[in-house]
Design a protein around this ligand. Structure first.
Ligand SMILES: NC(=O)c1ccc[n+]([C@@H]2O[C@H](COP(=O)([O-])OP(=O)(O)OC[C@H]3O[C@@H](n4cnc5c(N)ncnc54)[C@H](OP(=O)(O)O)[C@@H]3O)[C@@H](O)[C@H]2O)c1
Length: 305
């Protein structure tokens, strides 16, 4: 199992490999999902002692949280770290809302769906345009004092918004888009986060499946964010990762996940899974200790993304 991380200034502790759950109940975001697969994904993760589950109201408009709550009932709550998020206001066409009143209600509603009396990490999912960010975080600090949440997070915030949110030093964790093929946060956010003892959780760590190595040059239409040249470079690089993976008797996805686990600036890695088999495979990354030379080789081949 991977090392344990203490989140920001909170007393929440989790192992470095968690689980992303936007394909658990996220029927509004993805086609063809089955609730039964979602239940199996969560159950498998908890059976395998994955501690952190990353969910959000937006994943199925509460359905992901409900499924987690149903499964959680049969496990030791104290061994599970629930991270959830809110910002989309269901009473106002899902417009982004960061007002203290909205956030406090959102936490109460998430607690009901999760069928628990505390949330380990609560993130403001997206910044709104109007609410001063320190006021929004101040509302979460109240909830922390009341024991309803244990750690405060923000997601999809720019550096300036994070600084405003953290005016009183209350932000514990930041979640943003980051992967070996999307490294912007490294320059933009990492120095400030490190200086202020804020942990970082990358979302899309597998670049929505691309970094598992299961796609070929013919699949570029699925990944329109990359130019033809970039996409070719990624596919070429993944062949090199496959060679490294063979030395560890591992898959490409396992080696990519092991890279994040070894990366000092990454807090928790939350690969998503559609099926329990993916959880069972990805969890093996936690047992891989990448040699420094392999860590550096992978780091170097993806510089520039
Ligand atoms: N804060 C935010 O705004 C935000 C935004 C996005 C995501 N998130 C969170 O971050 C988590 C991770 O992001 P993500 O799930 O979107 O993307 P990801 O982790 O980059 O990719 C996960 C997807 O890759 C495929 N996959 C996973 N393991 C695999 C394996 N071993 N073999 C083959 N395919 C595999 C699965 O999709 P297929 O089977 O469909 O290929 C899976 O759903 C989410 O679940 C969510 O909790 C947060």
């Amino acid at each position: 199992m991977t090392e344990l991380i203490k989140i920001g200034k909170s007393d929440v502790v989790a192992s470095k490999l968690g689980l992303g759950t936007n394909k658990v109940g996220g029927h509004n975001l993805f086609d063809g999902l089955k609730d039964e697969d979602g239940y199996a994904v969560i159950k498998t993760a908890l059976d395998k002692k994955i501690s952190l589950l990353d969910t959000a109201y937006m994943y199925g408009l509460g359905r992901s949280e409900e499924i987690i709550g149903d499964v959680l009932h049969n496990y030791d709550r104290s061994q599970v770290v629930i991270a959830t998020k809110a910002a989309q206001d269901k009473h106002n066409d899902l417009k982004i809302n960061n007002t203290p009143a909205f956030l406090k209600k959102a936490v109460d509603e998430a607690l009901e769906r999760l069928k628990t009396d505390y949330i380990d990490i609560f993130y403001i999912h997206f910044p709104d345009e109007k609410t001063p960010k320190d006021e929004a975080v101040g509302a979460l600090a109240d909830l922390k004092r009341e024991g309803k949440i244990r750690a405060i997070g923000v997601s999809n915030f720019s550096l300036e918004q994070i600084k405003e949110a953290n005016k009183n030093g209350e932000v514990d964790i930041v979640e943003d888009n980051f992967s070996l093929v999307h490294r912007k946060a490294e320059k933009d956010l990492f120095p400030y986060l490190k200086e202020n003892h804020i942990d970082f959780v990358p979302y899309f760590p597998l670049a929505a499946g691309l970094l598992t190595g299961k796609y070929s040059l013919n699949d570029q239409k699925k990944f329109k964010n990359f130019s033809e040249a970039q996409y070719k470079k990624i596919i070429d690089n993944l062949e090199k990762v496959r060679t490294i993976a063979a030395k560890y008797n591992a898959t490409v996805a396992q080696i990519i996940l092991a890279w994040y686990i070894a990366a000092p600036s990454i807090g928790i890695v939350i690969p998503g899974a559609r099926k329990k088999e993916q959880v069972l495979s990805n969890i093996k990354a936690a047992d891989i200790s990448l040699k420094q030379e392999d860590f550096v080789e992978i780091d170097q081949m993806f510089l520039g993304f």
